[in-house]
Design a protein around this ligand. Structure first.
Ligand code: CTP
Length: 419
């Protein structure tokens, strides 16, 4: 996709660098238009190196290419980060006294604004009215959020974090991908869908200070929740020991053990349309949990632990779900070949009888605590629905698109061989 990133003159311009970098890493072509004021905050060479394109600023350069309209005409999406109070006012009035203003007037692409300013400016009646005008015209907004501002003050007005801006941008793009059915409003294609996501890794206590756990960081589950929120879904997120911040805009529950996760999921299932089990659930738990700390002088040189199997929550959810509900499992496998990975995945979905299984390969260096991911989504017959590779956020968008496109009637069809 061809994304124009507009940068206007606020201190948050330095954070726009992160937005450009992520969009390029996602594989998009990024054209940067920086206003003159923006270039006082961040240098052209930085923007050019990261966007891998010439940065445009001057309205009177490239006149022979009719650049003042060409960039806007070619854009699939325009993101303006930061959007200052001054820029909001100019956009609301349709002023085109610089290259960015001309580009915005010349485009039919969706426009995402990430405002950044001091609280007083954001709450000023002029800004409030400009934002209302722009929203009514179909401009999308991400942020501002509440937090530390440039000076010693804090409040509403802080620009959304680059990750959040990128999630919102990718949400708009994914929803606009050609051939996608049933989109009412681009960017909000999951509106009305209630999604329940589990993420992280459960821990099974041995005693008050020790547990049996796993290496799941929760990143892919958080990315799924971020992506779903940005596409308008109502998201409930159950986190078990996340290494990352929980998603914003979702209802958050925290659990420790597999049994606690099971209780939460079963209670929330009736109010859910789509369940995604990204959590790594401990397969076994210690038969007994010691009241006090296990001591070496008591246990001696060899300690034997007796473990009992935990219930398979995914299989339970798949067996309990109503016809309109969709249950998605994850399978992290240490396969050595693609063929082995697929056959392990097919055996697993046949066993667990969920609607979809997201398969990925893991190892000592793959899959956990990393920024990227490579996945295959299988349907309940073991057919490949999609394959995706990229950041966990872009993979999240692909997964959501794959598992949310079937209509409830299609979902109601029982998998062959189901009891
Ligand atoms: N899962 C679950 N309850 C369990 C174990 C796993 O709900 N007790 C879910 C996970 O959340 C994931 C899927 O099942 O969505 C697959 O998890 P995985 O650990 O790969 O499968 P296992 O059942 O442990 O199968 P195996 O031991 O053969 O790898």
């Amino acid at each position: 996709m061809n994304i124009v990133v507009g940068i206007t003159g606020g201190i948050a311009a330095y954070k726009a660098v992160g937005v450009i970098r992520s969009l390029v890493l996602e594989g998009h072509s990024v054209q940067v238009i920086a206003t003159e004021h923006a270039l006082r905050f961040v240098g052209k060479p930085t923007l050019e190196a990261l966007s891998r394109n010439t940065v445009h600023s001057d309205l009177y350069e490239g006149v022979s290419e009719v650049r003042h309209v060409a960039i806007g005409q070619a854009a699939d999406l325009i993101v303006i980060a930061p959007t200052t109070a001054n820029t909001l006012a100019k956009l609301a009035a349709g002023i085109a006294d610089d290259l960015l203003g001309n580009t915005v007037l010349a485009t039919t692409a969706p426009i995402l604004l990430a405002p950044a300013m001091h609280t007083e400016m954001w709450q000023n009646a002029a800004t409030v009215s400009n934002v209302a005008t722009l929203r009514a015209r179909g401009f999308r907004f991400v942020g501002p959020t509440r937090g530390q501002l440039t000076g010693t003050d804090s409040g509403v007005g802080r620009m959304a974090e680059p990750d959040e801006i990128v999630a919102a941008a990718l949400g708009i793009i994914t929803a606009r991908e050609p051939g996608e059915p049933g989109l009412s409003e681009p960017g909000r294609d999951l509106e009305g869908l209630r999604i329940l996501i589990s993420a992280g890794g459960t821990r099974e206590p041995l005693d008050p200070v020790r547990f049996i756990g796993n290496r799941s960081s929760g990143r892919q589950g958080v990315a799924l929740a971020d992506a779903a929120v940005s596409r308008g879904a109502e998201v409930t997120f159950i986190g078990a020991h996340l290494e990352v911040e929980p998603p914003r805009g979702a209802t958050i529950h925290s659990v420790e053990t597999a049994e606690e996760l099971r209780v939460e999921l079963l209670a929330l299932l009736p109010e859910t349309d789509l369940v995604i089990m990204a959590a790594a659930v401990a397969d076994y738990r210690p038969r007994t949990v010691s009241e006090g700390k296990i001591k070496k002088d008591v246990t001696g040189d060899v300690l034997t632990l007796e473990l009992v199997k935990n219930p398979d929550i995914l299989a339970e959810l798949a067996a309990m779900k109503a016809g309109h509900q969709v249950v998605v499992g994850f399978a992290a496998e240490t396969a050595t070949t693609e063929g082995e990975l697929l056959s392990l995945g097919r055996a697993k979905i046949a066993r667990k009888r969920c609607d979809y299984l997201v398969l990925n390969r893991v190892g000592w260096t793959e899959g956990f605590a990393t920024e990227g991911n490579t996945i295959v989504v299988l349907d309940h017959d073991g057919h490949i629905v999609i394959e995706a590779e990229g950041t966990k956020l872009s993979v999240a968008h692909s997964i959501l698109t794959a598992v949310s496109t079937r209509t409830p009637t299609e979902i109601a069809v029982e998998p062959p061989g189901a009891p």
